[in-house]
Design a protein around this ligand. Sequence first.
Ligand code: CIZ
Ligand code: SF4
Length: 351
Amino acid sequence: SDPDLVARAAAAKAALGSKVFVLGHHYQRDEVIQFADVTGDSFKLAREAAARPDAEYIVFCGVHFMAESADILTSDAQKVVLPDLAAGCSMADMAVLGQVEAAWDVLSELGLGEQTVPVTYMNSSADIKGFVGRHGGVVCTSSNAKRALDWAFEQGSKVLFLPDQHLGRNTAVLEMGYSLDDCVLYDPHKPNGGLTPQQLRDAKMILWRGHCSVHGRFTLDSVNDVRERVPGVNVLVHPECRHEVVTAADYVGSTEYIIKTIEAAPAGSAWAVGTELNLVRRLALAHPDKQIMFLDRAVCYCSTMNRIDLPHLVWALEELVAGRVVNQITVDADTARHARAALDQMLALPG
Ligand code: CIZ
Ligand code: SF4
């Protein structure tokens, strides 16, 4: 990265001292990660932010919904900054509050509202987390999705799972013994989600038609192809991947699970990893004794994660040095209160 920008970022961080805390998501660019005080997945980072009440400014190198979660979990005095406001998440954008309210109305009109528990993946807007909190539901991450669903099925007989159909389906079918027929796909762009009343009545899992544009790109061909090219390779994927990819893989788990699995792998072993490319490249560099490769031949970065680059980070930090808070992310108090309830419900999950 540009040595001038590196020096400016270092100088701005030094000038701010303990007033600033920089969070770096695992999918961020190297040029940004080098300035992170802590790295992690979205959940770990939100908790790290909450654990730093002395930091006046939280600079979140990640995407919008993560900065919102940090704002919800930190005190009012702390300001959360997203260095580029265009760093959104295409998956989170696939569930808009008005659409989810319309879906809830469909269920309520069929008399199914009472028995349905909404569960949302961390990768969703604060509005959606607020909706879920208002309706007695829970937030989940890719590491506790099963526990969250176990809890939800104790509260009701049906789950509306937002916004990632793949995490919902993979967890229900591969970890909980539900069948593919127990799951239906609710398309917010179609009347009644494109489903008949009978389908909605029979379904156990109503999966929102959302997906991650990065993990959704891996296919069964990606898996078959790498197995042919690299005999003995271990295929390790994130549960945001399609069902047939996860079914064909050897190991499946969250970002933190992927990192731990690679760290624990024996020297000389070969791994094809199906997750975001910045992370896979860093894992390969950190473990030269292991053969670590990207699951697909094509490159796939998360384009919105990559929007946070060194120029944006330098800009945000230098503005803070000058006493100006730019790109602050705030969640209104009412939404934050209900979203917080759904997040607290997640933290209270047994096990
Ligand atoms: O795909 C993502 O954006 C993930 C896994 C985020 C996170 O850290 O939960
Ligand atoms: Fe969203 Fe996928 Fe990018 Fe994660 S990797 S921020 S889920 S688009």
